[in-house]
Design a binder for this molecule. Structure first.
Ligand code: ATP
Ligand code: MG
Length: 360
């Protein structure tokens, strides 16, 4: 890959800044620490003539288990969508998009600007991990970040979807009620083997299916969907700026999935006994409040998508590591409810429990 990368980088630099004849030894390629699940990454450092250094991030999609065409599609989608988004300023929120620069199609690699910093998930973990024991120093910064992320997601979901349909077919395949129903059934089946309370899972699936049917009957409008909107995919750089990335599955879909995903990811932190649950719930409420300043939220739909996310997302993976019975906790404890003018997460009894007609 190194040769292709150097050649394409020279080409890119010469298009941007005029002829580039940097010798090979000005390009330094290093493996990036902190691998993702479906990719391996590198940092390309380029020593420029004025002794300045420029860094690019090279993300290579792993080509295992799936057909080549699948990875090509992921790569193109990631590139095309982040390209479009990085050029648009949404009206609200400070979340930026990592700018993609060029592709190495034969190597299944996407080259972007390198953002020096850490994933928001790590930043949150570092700050929240002992929150039950010690007072958090920079709570106002954390609250600010969560609020900006909420505003920004509202902004992204409000973009005109046709912006993303040129060139690359990026229409989300997560589109039909049947698709969602099958997926949720599949995961419920897998979980059912682990936990005893089968009725709860059945009720969860039925609840989701009936709500999703309603969406289609009501002709609910679709939005752009990131599809993996979690703190792991937001980088907080060394100056405190926030950058969203990782768009291989983005496309036309349901914004509620992104909302539910982010909330569930925050909730994941409460698996740690030393994390203050009340604080995390406050952060979830802040996020939702900010989002709902930009877009209306249908709370019933959000509850349904929280169930959906609980069946398949990272939360389930976390739960699997910790204790299988915690799946149950997720189904019971998650829902949101709107109180008068204020949005809050239920802490005691909750709407889903009501919907499922479970004894309190
Ligand atoms: N442009 C960038 N600059 C610096 N770090 C980045 C950049 N893009 C991604 N990263 C970091 O690389 C790691 C993996 O990122 P990425 O989300 O692209 O891959 P992934 O997680 O394998 O994708 P998947 O969601 O399929 O698992 C993360 O730690 C992320 O913070
Ligand atoms: Mg990722």
């Amino acid at each position: 890959m190194r040769e292709d990368l150097i050649r394409e980088t020279r080409k890119y630099l010469s298009e941007k800044t005029g002829p580039c004849d940097l010798p090979d030894n000005c390009f330094n390629l290093k493996q990036f620490q902190g691998q993702g699940a479906t990719s391996s990454s590198y940092i390309l450092s380029i020593e420029l003539p004025d002794r300045e250094e420029r860094r690019f991030f090279v993300k290579c999609y792993n080509q295992q288990n799936e057909a080549e065409a699948f990875w090509k599609d992921q790569l193109l989608r990631d590139y095309e969508i982040s390209k479009v988004l990085s050029k648009i300023e949404t009206e609200r929120g400070l979340l930026r998009i990592v700018e993609p620069l060029f592709l190495l199609k034969d190597n299944f690699a996407l080259v972007s600007e390198y953002v020096e910093g850490m994933p928001l998930s790590v930043y949150l973990f570092n700050n929240l991990k002992l929150s039950i024991i010690t007072k958090i120093k920079n709570i106002s910064e954390i609250e600010y970040i969560i609020k900006e992320v909420g505003l920004s997601l509202g902004g992204i979901h409000s973009l005109d979807y046709s912006l993303f349909t040129q060139g690359n077919a990026c229409v989300s395949y997560k589109f039909s009620a049947d698709f969602y129903s099958q997926k949720i059934d599949y995961f419920a089946e897998a979980i059912r083997k682990k936990i005893g309370d089968k009725k709860l899972l059945r009720d969860g699936v039925d609840y989701f299916n009936s709500t999703i049917e309603k969406i289609y009957l009501d002709n609910m409008s679709l939005t752009f969907e990131h599809s993996d909107f979690i703190p792991q995919n937001i980088i907080r750089d060394t100056k405190g700026h926030l950058f969203l990335h990782d768009f291989p599955n983005a496309g036309l879909g349901f914004g509620y999935c992104d909302l539910a995903h982010f909330i569930s990811s925050l909730d994941d932190y409460t698996y740690l006994k030393t994390v203050d649950k009340r604080l995390v719930r406050r952060l979830m409420a802040l996020f939702l409040t900010a989002y709902s300043e930009v877009r209306n939220v249908d709370w019933e739909l959000l509850s349904a998508f929280l169930v959906y996310i609980q069946f398949y997302s990272t939360s389930i993976l976390v739960a699997r590591e910790v204790k299988p019975t915690l799946y149950k906790r997720f189904l019971l404890e998650h829902p949101v409810k709107k109180f008068e003018n204020n949005i809050s997460i239920y802490t005691d009894m909750n709407t889903l429990k009501d919907f499922l007609a479970l004894p309190s």
